[in-house]
Design a protein around this ligand. Structure first.
Ligand SMILES: C[S@@+](CC[C@H](N)C(=O)[O-])C[C@H]1O[C@@H](n2cnc3c(N)ncnc32)[C@H](O)[C@@H]1O
Length: 549
């Protein structure tokens, strides 16, 4: 099939996920994957041929004569123009144009059901499901289902590329691909993680401390999978600084790195950045009945959705100017508006004085004609700006009434930089959807829960339950907050006010020392060495993430 399917109005390079692989990466992967001459290699989305050429060079390097290259490499590429470039590169080594097939990879698979390979290398496109041309999408999904998988609608095209090309490997095959680091943590890749853990005996992942693709923010890893291994089965993660280091990386040394047991579950893989002793410690905690999950102590939900913050979220000054202050609700809209582990009247007033948008316009839930004139005037102003036509507002019975405006007992930050934050709400303020709302279960004291949260064990786990996508930020969905292990203090020896004051002075380490001692050492009888390990895990994972800023 020739490729004229590109949708015109989206940047075509982005749409086809066409960011080509830097040569040192293609060379490294080929060097790792191709160790003997008698192999057949597949490149499922070869672009202009960086991998194709690296495969050929690697084959020549290990002694394949040029006149025996034919049939050893197969490239597939959707775009005719790019396929042509790959063909030209292959032709430089005497390979004829059948080396590269200009087609959609999934159609290629469907049309060649018996094709098998010893090695797969490549860098599949990264395109979200909705931008993924329908005809390719349905075929990819169908082929995955035939393999017994259940891809969901949020999937990304790299998933079927990875899984389906793996499915075409011979029994001792190897796969080396450039894959988004999202593989480690996103929900849509959970099934892929399980698949890889079962399908391959060993998975090696090379990660970079700095981003390696110049044009894109996307963090990538090198995924190296082996179907049959002589030594230990499992997973290992090798972290390197830069492309230069990759060029000098000794493959034998990588093959000798410690391999950790790979669990066949849907959990995130972030924990494999840790060493085996650290993983074992976390595993013990997971099975420790004394340690609850945050979700048992509190319910976390998203904040309110205004539909158009520009209109609904206003400063005190704007509210007064329009005469609508009595028709507002107090709301926190930015993480930076919290300073301690409690949110007080004074905090709210300070925000209001600083002209921060802390007021949600919330007129009575009545028809327009029955509303006070000031509210009518402000709504008319909103309509003059077409704010009522936005999707969220349009589907409401009355566009100007923001639903679900309740006051939570606490707040949990959706995105954090340094550490996860749980704050007790002492005001009647709610929050927008940049901040999660928390309802503490009535049998637990909110202040005690918030204090207990500030320990090294909880922080260590937060790095594994949350997700980070480059840029340094750690993000939590409400369910992910609920999954964080959170042991609860059983006494009142720690002074909430004192801790709040310390947090306001950014003295988090002192606070953690205090809570770790009381909660982890005295109460739960962890050893000082174990507590130090929790602290190290937190530090290791958070610095890794913050390094990517
Ligand atoms: C990230 S680029 C990588 C190219 C090459 N593998 C490299 O590493 O330099 C992804 C390539 O996949 C191609 N592509 C996108 N959809 C495809 C499909 N359905 N079948 C085959 N190739 C496809 C794009 O045109 C693009 O050239």
């Amino acid at each position: 099939m020739e490729s004229t399917i590109i949708v015109e109005d989206i940047d075509s390079r982005k749409l086809r996920g066409g960011y080509y692989t830097p040569q040192p990466i293609a060379d490294f992967i080929c060097k790792w994957a191709i160790t003997e001459p008698a192999v057949r290699v597949l490149e499922p989305s070869c672009g202009d041929g960086n991998f194709v050429e690296a495969v050929i060079q690697r084959l020549l390097e290990i002694g394949v004569p040029e006149n025996e290259l034919f049939g050893r490499v197969k490239g597939v590429e959707l775009l005719a123009e790019e396929a042509q470039k790959s063909k030209a590169r292959a032709a430089n080594y005497g390979l004829n144009s059948t080396t590269i097939t200009n087609a959609d990879f999934f159609s290629f698979l469907a049309g060649n059901p018996a094709e098998r390979f010893d090695v797969v290398v490549g860098n599949p496109p990264f395109i979200r499901y909705q931008n993924f041309p329908e005809e390719h999408r349905s075929l990819a999904i169908q082929l995955m289902q035939e393999m017994g998988l259940n891809p969901n609608k949020l999937t990304n095209i790299w998933v079927p590329f990875l899984v389906l090309s793996a499915g075409r490997l011979n029994s001792s095959g190897k796969l080396g691909m450039v894959i988004p680091a999202e593989l480690f943590q996103v929900k849509y890749a959970a099934e892929t993680r399980v698949f890889l853990s079962r399908f391959f005996e060993r998975v090696t992942i090379v990660t970079f401390k700095k981003l390696v693709f110049k044009d894109i923010q996307q963090e990538v890893v090198l995924l190296l999978c082996e179907k049959q291994v002589m030594g230990a089965n499992g997973i290992r993660v090798v972290e390197i600084t830069s492309l230069e280091e990759l060029e000098n990386l000794d493959i034998a040394a990588v093959q000798n790195c410690d391999v950790k047991v790979l669990e066949h579950d849907t959990e995130k893989w972030t924990k494999y950045f840790l060493d085996e002793a650290e993983i074992q410690l976390l595993r013990r905690v997971r099975n420790d009945p004394r340690i609850r999950l945050a979700g048992e102590l509190m319910i976390t939900n998203v904040g309110l959705v205004t539909g158009i913050n520009e209109f609904f979220m206003i400063t005190q000054q704007t509210a007064e100017k329009w005469g609508i202050l009595p028709y507002t609700k107090r709301v926190v809209s930015r993480s930076a508006h919290f300073r301690g582990i409690k949110f007080t009247e004074q905090d709210f007033l300070d925000n209001a004085v600083a002209e921060i948008e802390s007021f949600l316009f919330l007129p009575p839930d009545e028809d327009f004609d029955l509303l006070p004139p000031a509210c009518q005037a402000y709504i008319r102003y909103g309509e003059s700006k077409d704010y009522h036509k936005g999707y969220k507002c349009r589907i409401r019975k009355r566009w100007y009434i923001t639903p679900s405006v309740y006051e939570p007992g606490g707040f949990a930050l959706r995105q954090v930089g340094d550490y996860p934050k749980l704050i007790v709400n002492e005001t009647d303020a709610s929050s927008t959807d940049t901040i999660h709302r928390v309802r503490f279960q009535p049998e637990f004291d909110a202040k005690k829960v918030a204090l207990s949260f500030l320990n090294s064990l909880t922080f260590a786990f937060s790095e594994i339950t949350g997700r980070s996508y480059g840029g340094g930020v750690l993000t939590f969905e409400p369910t992910e907050i609920g999954e964080i292990p959170l042991p609860l203090l059983n006494n009142d020896r720690i002074d909430f006010e004192q801790v709040d004051a310390l947090i306001r002075e950014r003295r988090i380490v002192e606070v953690m020392d205090l809570i770790d001692r009381e909660l982890l050492i005295i109460q739960l009888k962890f050893t000082a060495a174990e507590v130090k390990q929790f602290r190290c895990i937190w530090k290791k994972l958070s610095s890794r993430r913050l390094n990517r800023k």
